[in-house]
Design a protein around this ligand. Sequence first.
Ligand SMILES: [Zn+2]
Length: 64
Amino acid sequence: MEASTAAACKLCGNNGGNKVHEVREMMFGTRDKFSYLECGKCHSIQNFTIPDNLAAITQVTIIH
Ligand SMILES: [Zn+2]
């Protein structure tokens, strides 16, 4: 049985095999944590949590 994630893809609605990537803001050194959802079906990357600082959303570094 495959574990399902709480979040469904906003684009295609898929909620199976989705991955959550945690990223940290590095550009400004605030190190705020964000989570991004990678859809297991259409492989789109989308915001999973809404950060307080929306301005930092474009300045994140993806950590694998
Ligand atoms: Zn999708």
